[in-house]
Design a protein around this ligand. Structure first.
Ligand code: PLP
Length: 346
């Protein structure tokens, strides 16, 4: 049995553990969704491939509609992509640490996983990656910005991976709206490049489960054969359609968030024993020097939970077990968190 992805929720009032958009959906968008919901016909199946939403996303990304596929969250598309390619792969290559679901889904599908440690600055060890890929049919995950480290991999490293022509490169851009350079413009050049995106983060629809992938039409066709029909509900299609009708309205909520990320990092840096890493995403990875703080990372997480605040801890991960990951919240949530961390005593 593979160990599943662990998500804990208790009596939490400040939720900073899942990298959601703390501002939620813009009220005007939510109002429009509620109004349109009256006109829905829930007795009917939704459009099987969500053509209307795909076209909206295609316009937003300046690609063609047949270069986009929808998923019930981008998590589902990880599974769909690996299922579509399973027979033609010897292994999955993951620069590590990265998003835990890559390993979970690959293992669930019986695929061999090679985790290649990032270097001390959380950049890709290109020689080790090349060695791992040599003479093996590989699917490589590149998470940009990387969860949970928050940084982006250098464009040179990304180009080198693409130049190696692995069977499949899955560029997960779940956090790209917060920072970093998208690879979307490179899909014309690389028939093996699949970009994963989600409406769960910047677009604040995590609860409705809408993700999408972008690639050359032939690659998207291959994924379509592994995708369950009607995988995105009619309500989710409707809501996503409203949001993508006016993407800038929601994107504007990110302006204060980026500013608050830097403020939060600066405040964390002031706390003795906490080492926050730079981030281009909507979360910050923090290393805990237990001997200075008097508490380990897992104990800090427990203390915060007792005060109704959740941050992410990585049990059983020997590279991250002295770290916590904090999602950037609203200013008042960040202030509560900082106050609680300043009061910590071992
Ligand atoms: C890097 C990364 N990819 C994908 C996902 C999954 O997002 P979705 O809600 O679209 O399934 C997450 C969620 O936290 C993530 O961090």
């Amino acid at each position: 049995m593979t160990e599943g992805y662990q998500i804990h929720s208790q009596n939490v009032t400040v939720k900073l553990d899942a990298n959601e958009n703390p501002y939620g959906l813009h009220p005007r968008l939510w109002h429009r969704i509620m109004t349109l919901t009256w006109g829905m016909t829930p007795s009917r199946y939704p459009a099987s491939d969500g053509a209307e939403l795909r076209d909206q996303l295609a316009r937003y990304l300046k690609v063609d509609g047949d270069q986009v596929i929808l998923g019930s969250g981008s998590n589902e598309l990880i599974q769909v992509a690996l299922t579509a390619f399973r027979e033609g792969l010897d292994q999955i290559v993951i620069p590590s640490p990265s998003f835990g679901m890559y390993r979970v889904i690959a293992s669930m599908l019986g695929l061999t996983v090679a985790e290649i440690p990032l270097d001390l600055t959380y950049q890709i060890d290109i020689d080790a990656m090349k060695q791992a890929m040599a003479s093996k049919r590989s699917a490589v995950f590149l998470c940009q910005p990387n969860n949970p480290t928050g940084n982006c991999f250098s464009s040179e490293a990304v180009s080198e991976i693409l130049a190696c022509k692995p069977t499949l490169v899955i560029a997960d851009e779940a956090y790209i709206e917060f920072g970093g350079q998208s690879l979307i413009k490179q899909i014309d050049e690389y028939p093996n490049l699949l970009i994963l995106r989600t409406l769960s983060k910047a677009f604040a629809l995590a609860g409705l489960r809408v993700g999408y992938a972008v690639a050359q039409a032939s690659l998207i066709d291959r994924l379509k054969r592994a995708k369950p029909p009607y995988n995105v509900s009619a309500f989710s299609l409707l809501a996503a359609g409203v949001v993508m009708d006016n993407p800038m309205l929601q994107m504007n909520t990110l302006i204060p968030l980026r500013r608050d990320r830097e403020r939060l990092r600066a405040a964390l840096q002031e706390i003795p024993g906490l080492l926050p890493f730079p981030s281009e995403a909507n979360f910050i990875l923090v290393r805990v020097l237990a001997e200075k703080v008097g508490l380990r990372a897992d104990q800090i997480r427990e203390r915060l939970l007792e005060k109704g605040m959740s941050v992410r801890y990585f049990p059983g991960n020997n590279v991250l077990n002295d770290c916590i990951r904090i999602s950037v919240g609203r200013p008042e949530e960040n202030a509560r968190l900082i106050a609680a961390l300043q009061e910590l005593e071992g």
